[in-house]
Design a protein around this ligand. Structure first.
Ligand code: SF4
Length: 389
């Protein structure tokens, strides 16, 4: 994640203490040397929507292979012992999991920091109250555009209205929420209206995701922004971050899944404020770029462990057979060794890029979509001149 709020404005939020910690880039098994990774748990494959970009290839039926309540609670115990800073419940749609509120209650009892990534459409007043009461620190609600674009992209008419109700219900109980939006050719022109919505609805946090070509997302690569459109989108997000701040609107603004954004931000700021640009470069170097398999881990509904939520055809092991801690420690796992020391394995532009210490080769799941896991990330929109090749 690239925090535009932190890099441009020095705003400090929870994730920044992990992201820009001095230990970050030297920690191979966690966010910092004394903590485990952030764990994204796709706790169910079931979803009530049918999004075109779903990396988990969610379905509207129940998967009988899901971890049981007991298995899930034992897994959560392990995460506390392994000192994970946060467990992110994702899906499918996490609220479709039948025992999800029992799991929230359990996580709260054992002191696990929990966040959810949800489509928001099922958050009625009662569920909003329970989410708040059971200690969910943050609910990220996905919208992929305004009404028509969102509903087309998410595959269900009425999804936008329901998601907005979810936002409102959370706000009424003072539950911290944010908006998650995956940039694509359909919603890119709506960015000004999306920022109007953020302002009008007083949304506290917004994450703009880049498309990762994984799961159903691999079928819509032609709907991803061109490199030129990406640059324009990032220009706009920078300008709005600064403009919001100048008007006293302190929404936390981040982009996700493309580390080129940090370098682009640095180059942008170099032309305007050299001192700020050097600060940005120092923060990016402290962070070290993509940290899949190190600071980020993912577990699916059947207990398979991955380096991140997108790299799903290389399982590191299953928590039904081995503890999460043993899998993540990775003794004898050659793939984990390689991903944790990946610079020497990268190919193409990434191999000779001058920003390797700030980007770390970006997303391997997107490289894999080219047929070579170690190839350059095709979503790198920086020019040859900018990366020094
Ligand atoms: S060439 Fe690779 S390492 Fe360099 S900025 Fe682009 S994606 Fe990152």
């Amino acid at each position: 994640m690239i925090s535009f709020s932190k890099l441009l404005l020095d705003q400090q939020n929870f994730g920044d203490s992990l992201r820009y910690n001095k230990d970050a880039k030297i920690s191979t098994r966690g966010t910092t040397t004394d903590k485990g990774p952030i764990v994204v748990w796709n706790c169910t494959r079931t979803c009530n929507l049918n999004c075109r970009h779903c990396y988990a290839e969610a379905v509207n039926t129940y998967d009988s292979g899901e971890l049981s309540t007991q298995e899930a609670m034992a897994f959560m115990d392990t995460l506390v012992s392994y000192k994970v800073p946060a467990l992110l419940f994702s899906g499918g749609e996490p609220l479709m999991r039948r025992d999800v509120f029992d799991l929230f209650e359990y996580g709260n009892k054992i002191g696990l920091r929990m966040v959810i990534s949800t489509n928001g459409t099922l958050i009625d007043k009662q569920k909003a109250e329970m989410i708040k009461k059971l200690g969910i620190s943050y609910a990220g609600i996905s919208l992929d555009g305004l009404k028509d674009v969102n509903d087309l992209f998410r595959g269900v008419s009425g999804a936008y209205v329901k998601a907005m109700e979810g936002f409102h219900n959370c706000r009424e109980v003072a539950q911290k929420t944010g908006l998650r939006l995956t940039l694509n050719r359909a919603n890119y022109k709506e960015l000004p209206a999306i920022f109007d919505l953020i302002e009008k609805e007083k949304i506290q946090r917004v994450c703009f995701y880049h498309l990762v070509y994984s799961g159903r997302g691999s079928n819509i690569t032609d709907e991803d922004l061109t490199h030129d459109e990406t640059r324009k989108a990032i220009d706009f997000i920078i300008e709005k971050t600064l403009e919001f701040h100048s008007r006293g609107i302190e929404t936390e603004i981040l982009t996700v899944d493309n580390h080129c954004d940090g370098i682009y931000l640095y180059e942008y700021m170099k032309k305007q404020d050299k001192k700020r640009a050097e600060k940005i470069l120092s923060l990016l170097t402290t962070n070290g770029g993509n940290r899949s398999g190190m600071a980020i881990s993912s577990v699916d509904w059947e207990g398979n462990v991955y380096i991140d939520q997108f790299t799903r055809d290389i399982s590191l092991g299953n928590i039904r057979n081995m503890s999460f801690a043993d899998i993540w420690d990775g003794s004898g796992n050659l793939f984990l060794e390689m991903i944790r020391d990946r610079k020497k394995h990268l190919k193409g532009r990434c191999a000779s890029c001058r920003w390797l210490n700030q980007c770390n080769g970006n997303f391997r799941a997107r490289a894999q979509s080219t047929g070579d896991f170690w190839a350059a990330d095709p979503a790198c929109y920086l020019t040859d001149e900018e990366i020094g090749v």
